[in-house]
Design a protein around this ligand. Structure first.
Ligand code: UGA
Length: 436
């Protein structure tokens, strides 16, 4: 099938390349000339495992191309909208400017019978309000939310755990669902559930999934706070409650909390939308989820300061990690960088290292010092804090050897990802989050 993908960021670029990899003929469109130039030359514009391979293969097959010309969408039967919906400046609500602009630019190029499939995360009610504009060209709007995780985006796009399509009622909606089934048939044939809903349900599935995940993380971080007050160990607690299949161990990783371009802004946008609907109290707990999450960053800073004897002034702190999570170079709302910035603000001599995110981090926070070399980050450090659980720190970093490089063998494990016993055995003073 001929497909267009409008917006070539983390979502759209992966979607375009993944759709080409399953046999479709795809054009990726974005207003950002640098991004399009990079994709057209076969260079993934961000770090995402597996993207480079399907990008190279797609371009070589002739089934994948990129352009800044929205007119290139003409002739595709399905047009995916994958533009960003960031948090508004100075407010909790989502900024729909990119979605509105994409639809406006696309409509003149639509043919009757085309499908416009929104993938961006939007406040409930958005599809309903955009549908007439799409219908004016004889096309049909569906909402087809995306559940990919950065770092696993290629796999999640090609083999998602579910597909959701919010469609209008009647035969038009049935036809639209049929066309989306055809797009995703390789995955549906393998048994992926394909759930057809109305618009509001599809939009809510997306935001409620992210709200649930954020709540799960903040729940365990709240338990970490209680553990800190009582001498309990939140990691053992998570292991123990995680054995209950109704609870499950995944997303019970206590530490400095969630960040990234999705969970933080999505729970805020959900709160704002619920308030508009007069249902603010239904999701009032999300404010608490947000507050717990932000408190953990402060707690990590406090652990470092205490470990340094009450003041960070002039002390070298090695910050291991900058990305909001491993296998990503994304630093949007990164808890890791937030901790680094706060420590710098307290007068510490902060040196940040990360296997993938240094360039992005330096652009956003030029006031910090950076090194790609883990050893030089560690050298003469008065404290080490692990803030992104890359394998390079979790598995590959030998506490014995690291101990020879630093000035003081003090480590703060902001992700509870190190083997505490091994670090202690190597002579380190180890502090975890919510651990004795
Ligand atoms: C999240 C969702 O997991 C995806 O399903 C969704 O599609 C995506 O948002 C989106 O809306 O686009 P992502 O932002 O890539 O995906 O990252 P997650 O893997 O959810 O991690 C989010 C944050 O939570 C990271 O900072 C991570 O370090 C933190 N986290 C995760 C914890 O602090 N503890 C955990 O146990 C798990």
């Amino acid at each position: 099938m001929r497909l267009s993908v409008i917006g070539c960021g983390y979502l759209g670029a992966v979607h375009a390349a993944a759709m080409a990899s399953i046999g479709h003929d795809v054009v990726g469109i974005d207003v950002d000339e640098r991004k399009i130039a990079s994709l057209s030359e076969g260079r993934a514009p961000f770090f995402e495992p597996g993207l480079q391979d399907i990008l190279t293969a797609g371009l070589a097959s002739g089934r994948l191309r990129f352009t800044t010309d929205i007119g290139a969408a003409a002739g595709s039967s399905v047009h995916f909208i994958g533009v960003g919906t960031p948090q508004q400046q100075g407010a909790y609500a989502a900024d729909l400017g990119f979605v509105n602009a994409a639809i406006e630019a696309l409509v003149p190029h639509l043919r009757p019978g085309d499908i416009v499939a929104g993938k961006s995360t939007v406040p409930v009610g958005t599809a309903e309000s955009l549908a007439p504009q799409v219908a004016s060209s004889g096309a049909t709007l569906v909402w087809n939310p995306e559940f990919l995780r950065e770092g696993w985006a290629v796999q999640d796009t090609i083999d998602p755990d579910r597909l959701v399509a919010g469609v209008p009622g009647g035969p038009e909606g049935e036809r639209a669902a049929q066309i989306l089934r055809a797009v995703y048939h390789p995955s549906i044939d393998k048994g992926t559930p394909f759930i057809v809903t109305d618009y509001a349900t599809a939009e809510l599935v997306k935001v409620s999934a992210n709200a649930f995940l954020a709540t799960k993380i903040s729940f365990i971080n709240a338990m970490a706070e209680i553990a800190e007050a009582t001498g309990a160990d939140v990691t053992q607690l998570a292991d123990a409650i995680g054995h209950d299949a109704r609870i499950g161990r995944r997303f019970l990783g206590a530490g400095i909390g969630f960040g990234g371009g999705c969970l933080p802004k999505d729970i805020r946008a959900f709160s704002a939308r619920a308030e508009e609907l007069g249902k603010g109290e239904s999701v009032a707990f999300l404010r608490e989820v947000d507050a717990i999450n932000l408190r953990r960053r402060e707690r990590a800073v406090e652990l470092v300061t205490n470990a340094l004897g009450g003041s960070a002034v002039g002390k070298k702190v090695a910050v291991l990690g900058a990305a909001f999570k491993p296998h990503s170079d994304d630093i949007r709302d990164s808890p890791a960088l937030d901790v680094a910035v706060r420590l710098k603000g307290l007068g510490a001599d902060v040196v940040v290292t990360d296997p993938a995110a240094i360039d992005n981090a330096r652009r956003a926070h030029p006031q910090l010092s950076y090194t790609r070399d883990l050893d030089s980050a560690l050298t003469a450090a008065h404290a080490v804090i692990v803030v992104t659980e890359w394998d390079e720190y979790r598995r590959a970093l030998d506490p014995e050897r690291a101990g020879l490089l630093v000035d003081s063998t003090v480590v703060i494990d902001g992700r509870n990802c190190l083997d505490a016993a091994a670090w202690r055995a190597a002579g380190w003073t180890y502090y975890g989050m919510g651990r004795p």
